[in-house]
Design a protein. Structure first.
Length: 135
């Protein structure tokens, strides 16, 4: 079944690629993350929102950089969903650490890219120092 889904990751239609990626992530198969990454860079906000929604199901360290990318999106819905995804992933990866985005100064609803950027820089630095090593 996974092999058939993986074939769909190269389908012509974005929605089919994203749906395959979503199902694969649900099966703890990371091969669809590139499709999600590509969708997060799409000029169409609908695809970026869909990608962020898919990240809600990813509780793996491999998805964190994509969540951080989504948290810097121009679209508030992408930022909000990506920040919820990150909080969920952090609670799985660091169950004994209280992860508070607001302490880092991050507010998904802020329209100020400079403030968001500063907060995201703090979060990225923290992640670089604390991310789990190995598989």
């Amino acid at each position: 079944e996974k092999d058939n889904l993986k074939k769909l990751l190269t389908h012509d239609k974005v929605e089919i690629r994203l749906r395959a990626a979503e199902v694969l992530l649900g099966l703890d198969e990371l091969s669809g993350l590139q499709v999600v990454k590509d969708a997060l860079s799409n000029s169409n906000a609908t695809w970026r929102r869909r990608a962020a929604t898919i990240l809600l199901t990813c509780r793996r360290k491999e998805g964190v950089d994509l969540m951080l990318q989504g948290m810097d999106d121009a679209d508030v819905q992408v930022r909000t969903t990506s920040s919820i995804a990150l909080a969920g992933a952090m609670s799985t990866l660091f169950p004994y650490v209280k992860f508070d985005l607001k302490k880092a100064g991050y507010d998904a609803t802020s329209e100020d890219p400079v403030l968001r950027g500063k907060a995201l820089e703090k979060l990225r630095n923290w992640w670089a120092q604390n991310q789990p090593k190995g598989g």
